[in-house]
Write a protein that binds this ligand. Structure first.
Ligand SMILES: NC(=O)c1ccc[n+]([C@@H]2O[C@H](COP(=O)([O-])OP(=O)(O)OC[C@H]3O[C@@H](n4cnc5c(N)ncnc54)[C@H](O)[C@@H]3O)[C@@H](O)[C@H]2O)c1
Length: 353
């Protein structure tokens, strides 16, 4: 391998370009290949990066390119596992955007093969790698919280159903897999990733199938929203082996103010993530601290890109392997199955040992 990691971007849309820019800006990484079913997207990004790229309309060809060491998968949910599996089978390092998959079965298969392949496998998680979340993780390590026994995680939009690719609203898409995934992952990771035991939840679509609630109050063409086949809200509760209870909510559209938040309740201290506030009791009196995260700190995308490249070149332990994405997917699917069946769902039904 050359001194720089040569990276191929599969899916050159919004998130493919965001990750691609950060990977290319890293002094030890360079984007060398692009793949998209829409050729114009590759041409435009090639122009932006300012040098010739190897361009492929089919991800299988990018994965076979010997000049590519590692890939980033940024396609719609339904194509994450097919593209990532192909990369793993071709011996590439692989990083995938969230959610890991559109369902649990393919996610399990990908993790099995990726771990056996012995290459770096990683989730690109903008919330876990955000400065606020990393700061709170340090507070966890410092012992600030003591036992974290309860959490609340929510992501609420007023009118924010994505209207730029059908993958978001077709089966395997939905608000919970799109946004619930971020806050659920952050709360679970900060809480020490305990084993989930049982989930209950509700979910539905109150806006999307009526042509309402789309991004920035836009109204997409009727032939788009007639294909609506996923949730636009979901709320659930997950109980863990260590006694932790976690409430998680996600709304793509609602008659509520927008809000993205993770709240952790610890026996010694509590905290919110956005903004970072720490709550404890000192000498019998409440003590609340507002933490101003310095603007100069590196942002999530820089952190994600840097970590992927460090894992590949320096062999450091990955702090966000695909296995974590699979566990979060299992929790998402358990809540959604509970909503569909009207009963509690044991995680062991979905994810045998
Ligand atoms: N913060 C985050 O981590 C974050 C933010 C936004 C989106 N995402 C995730 O990124 C994914 C894509 O979202 P987006 O907003 O970038 O969508 P997008 O529509 O802007 O980009 C997806 C791209 O994938 C391409 N594509 C579709 N099928 C393909 C295939 N078979 N092979 C190659 N390319 C293909 C599309 O043409 C498009 O250019 C979603 O899974 C979403 O959940 C993550």
């Amino acid at each position: 391998m050359s001194s720089k990691v040569r990276i191929g971007i599969i899916g050159v849309g919004g998130i493919g370009k965001t990750n691609g820019r950060a990977l290319d800006a890293n002094s030890r990484g360079e984007v060398t290949a692009l793949c998209d079913i829409i050729p114009k997207r590759m041409d435009e990004f090639e122009q932006e990066l300012g040098r010739p790229m190897r361009k492929y309309p089919d991800f299988r060809d990018l994965c076979r390119d010997p000049e590519v060491d590692a890939v980033f998968v940024g396609t719609p949910n339904q194509v994450h596992v097919p593209a990532a599996l192909e990369a793993v089978r071709c011996g590439k390092h692989v990083m995938c955007t969230k959610p890991l998959s559109d369902s649990l079965g393919p996610a399990v298969q990908l993790v099995r093969e990726a771990e056996a392949a012995g290459k770096v496998n990683m989730m690109s998680l903008s919330t876990r790698f955000s400065p606020n979340c990393l700061y709170l993780k340090q507070k966890v390590r410092d012992g600030f919280f003591g036992d974290i026994y309860y959490g609340r995680a929510r992501s609420i939009r007023r009118s924010g159903i994505p209207d730029w690719n059908l993958g978001f609203i077709e089966a395997g898409g939905g608000a919970f897999r799109d946004m619930g995934v971020h806050v659920l992952d952050a709360a679970w990771w900060l809480s020490g990733m305990p084993k989930p035991i049982v989930a209950t939840g509700v979910a539905g679509a109150k806006f999307g199938p009526r042509g309402l609630g789309y991004s920035a109050f836009r109204v997409p063409p009727e032939e788009y929203w007639r294909k609506y086949d996923s949730d636009d809200y979901a709320g659930g509760f997950i109980r863990f082996e260590n006694g932790l209870g976690l409430q998680v909510e996600s709304f793509w559209a609602s008659h509520m103010p927008p809000d993205v938040q993770v709240e952790l309740f610890g026996a010694e201290g509590g905290a919110t993530m956005r903004p970072v506030r720490l709550y404890t009791t000192e000498h019998g009196a409440p003590k609340d601290v507002s933490v101003e995260i310095p603007k100069a700190w590196s942002g999530p995308w820089e952190n994600v890109a840097g970590h992927y490249i460090d894992c590949i070149l320096d062999g450091i332990e990955c702090m966000a392997p695909l296995r974590h994405g699979m566990m979060v997917q299992a929790m998402l699917e358990a809540v959604l199955r509970s909503a569909a069946t009207g009963r509690e769902v044991l995680l062991e039904e979905l994810l045998p040992e």
